[in-house]
Design a protein around this ligand. Structure first.
Ligand code: FAD
Length: 394
């Protein structure tokens, strides 16, 4: 029978950070993962360049049933700590925008950094290894796995969320939580594109597929983001849409201000005064692409020279462009979602140690917990911070 101090299930972002840090404290650490490669999501992340943290990371960049839960861990391992690690390994990086830090080269730089830290500290990683059962014992836990029996003092669940099953995502962490009497908050896909079924909307999106509009304000349920939106064959995507999807529930209306930086009533009034013979399509083509201006006008307004619009009609045009309201049919779901909202209820986990308040020795870190970051490097920062926090106590 294998024996170890700390057994971590999941060799993803949180599991590897926890493994390296706990091993550096002198703990014997074994990481098991059923996948054939560690850190598959890290490799896929940030379009292949891993947006590994955010310069402006703060607790209000996270969604959770308990918004205070993430504060302690985030304060004890900050974005600057991870940036220090990146610098130590000589990984070149840059800020893309909004504080988002990306690798200059490849995401594998971040995975290699974590694997190097694990190797240096002596943490063992076994891939292609499934865990079949877990039992609580007097001294810790006994697991049945593809390696046979494994006994450990501390058991860390770092199996992530349900997003992208083809990258190894499973509901295993939730099952373990349930087995040990933990409450699970309902899970749903987050940071995910919207799908549309309304025929007129769908045609608009299909026609404009591949077109992005910069700096739209997208709002829902009292939250808004100003970022790009992207039209797709299935509906809407792009950073602003992904962000708001985490706040959206089926049936909710999403509000899109396509031109938040322009005072539209004033702009339209000026155009009417100065260029009254120009058609609406021609004028809107100065704010959008020509194709988009044509399609928007064909779908929403009558096209005529601006001088022919009544004040009421101009007001309606301004309102439509600054508050396009739509009810998505749904989201693309876990197949393409970057994260899973919900998960292990943080009320039953210590925010200091990530240890279960129900079962001593059992820890939950990373995305399996009900803590979900905004788009922009925040989810990795949560993985690093929660992994580091648990590593101090396992
Ligand atoms: P994961 O990294 O998902 O690791 C979980 C590990 O557990 C996996 O290795 C998995 O194989 C293993 N596992 C699962 N079930 C079992 C089981 N039954 N037995 C054994 N092992 C198991 N976040 C950012 O901050 N920046 C980005 O640029 C970014 N880009 C992303 C791009 C994509 C396409 C996706 C899907 C996500 C992206 N994210 C990004 C989110 C980020 O990847 C996750 O939030 C983060 O990886 C969560 O870390 P984790 O360690 O909790 O889980």
């Amino acid at each position: 029978m294998l024996q170890t101090d700390v057994l971590i299930i999941g060799a993803g972002a949180a599991g590897l950070m926890c493994a390296a840090t706990a091993a550096a404290r002198g703990r014997r650490v074994l990481v098991l993962d059923h996948a054939n490669k560690a850190g598959k999501k890290i490799l896929m992340s940030g379009g292949g360049r891993c947006n590994f943290t955010n310069l402006y990371c703060e607790p209000n960049n996270f969604l959770s049933g308990n918004p205070h839960f993430c504060k302690s861990a985030l304060a004890r391992f900050t974005q600057w700590d991870f940036i220090g690690l990146v610098a130590k390994h000589g990984v070149p990086y840059h800020e893309k925008k909004l504080g988002q830090l990306f690798c200059d080269n490849k995401s594998s730089d971040i995975l290699e950094l974590l694997l190097a830290e694990c190797a240096e500290a002596g943490a063992q990683i076994r891939l292609d290894t499934a865990v079949h059962s877990i039992e609580k014992t007097a001294g810790g836990f006994l697991l049945q796995s593809d390696l046979g029996e494994v006994a450990c003092q501390s058991l860390v669940i770092a199996t992530g969320g349900l997003s992208i099953p083809t990258l190894g995502a499973t509901g295993f962490g939730y099952q373990v939580a349930k087995q040990f009497g933990h409450e699970l908050l309902p899970t749903r896909a987050g940071l995910v594109p919207f799908t549309l079924t309304d025929p007129q909307l769908k045609t608009l999106c299909t026609e404009l597929s591949g077109t992005s509009v910069e700096d739209c304000r997208v709002s829902c349920n009292g939250q808004s983001f100003v970022e790009n939106i992207l039209f797709t064959h299935r509906g809407l995507s792009g950073p602003a849409i992904l962000q708001i999807s985490s706040y959206w529930q089926p049936g909710d209306t999403v509000h899109i201000d396509l031109l938040p930086h322009i005072d539209l009533p004033e702009w339209l009034a000026t155009q009417q005064h100065e260029r009254g013979n120009s058609e609406l399509k021609t004028l809107l083509a100065e704010l959008f692409t020509k194709k988009m201006a044509n399609l928007l006008v064909d779908s929403w307004f009558a096209n005529k020279p601006l001088k022919q619009y009544t004040p009421g009609e101009l007001k309606a045009i301004a309102e439509r462009l600054s508050d396009w309201q739509l009810v998505p049919a749904g989201t693309e779901g876990y197949r393409t979602a970057e994260v899973t909202l919900g998960g292990v209820n943080t009320d039953e986990v210590s925010s200091k140690t990530m240890e279960s308040l129900k079962v001593p020795g059992l820890y939950f870190i990373g995305e399996v917990l009900d803590v979900t970051g905004h788009l922009g490097g925040f989810n990795f920062q949560w993985a690093w911070a929660s992994g580091y926090a648990a590593a101090q106590y396992v």
